[in-house]
Design a protein. Sequence first.
Length: 364
Amino acid sequence: MTHYVFSTTMMTRKCCRERTSMGAQSNKLYIGVDLGGTFVKIGIVDQTGRILHKFGYPVNLDDYRTSILTTAIESVRTVFESNEFKFIVGDHKIEGIGVSATGQIDSDTGIVIGAAGHIPGYQGSHIKDRMQEAFHVKVTVANDADCSLLGECGHGAAKGCQNVVMMTLGTGVGGGILVDGHLLKGVRGTAGEIGHIIINDDGEKCSCGNRGCLEYYASVKALVHTVKTATKEGRLELSLFAVPGGNRSVIYDVDGLNAKVIFDCLRSYKDKTDIKIEELRGIVDSWDNHIADGLVSLVHIFNPELILIGGGVSEAGEIFIDPIRSKVLSRVMPSFAQRLRISTATLGNDSGIIGAVDYYKTRN
Ligand SMILES: [Zn+2]
């Protein structure tokens, strides 16, 4: 493997040199790996949680004929052999590798014990053992939503918090839960699969085999699917989405619709009472209600001080989070609302890499 999709230095070269020379005395360096279903992101991270350099590679180039774990290991090897790595790390050793991985991860053994997303060849992957064999350093593995939560607790929107529910919205609905300062793990480390809370026992079939799971209704995939269907059926006009500053090419193709386009459109029509936007507002309102259904139950179980919503859609900011905040705060019992904040995550795409290293540090 020789080509990466991106390779980004997060600091100036001068800073890197300074950090590298500092490393000899005090600064420990780690590798954070964020393993998703289509992409692996790898970062060189210092002991303060700062990413010094970031690399990215696709993991499904041959339709998963090469297993996702084999591709990820080759990607890490490519990082170790890169000029950027040699420049930043020099002669210092890497303390360890923290892996944030999609699916249900037994965090003691580092084995994928469930993957509702049906990635071929992924379930049963011995991530920890194979990474340790390949690189001769200690490796930890934890679920991606748990790592995102830890990253936000250490360096982002949840800094200083002790009781947090994090919901990540994307193709599915993931979750991580912090209780009294500790990550909720469960007997095999897989607690917090909040996407599979059943909100409609007569509902649609979920990838987990049950019916009416939150994920089916509250994922970004669900929202985009509903908006595409409404557009194909003529209830929404594609031209509605061609807003100033937005992606104008979307007006030619329904497949160009995504969460960013949807929320750019809502922002553009904010405070306007145009009839054309009402259908879209109704769809998003219904989606918000589903998200709130899950969150209200979680608030009553965990009594958090903070609900954090992560995933790419959270970049839409207040236009996205404000209605969800209002719905949840108005529906939970008053004493649960009193010290509850609801906001978007702040580390964005970096939370997995940073949180994976944070998890490593809690175990070593
Ligand atoms: Zn399910």
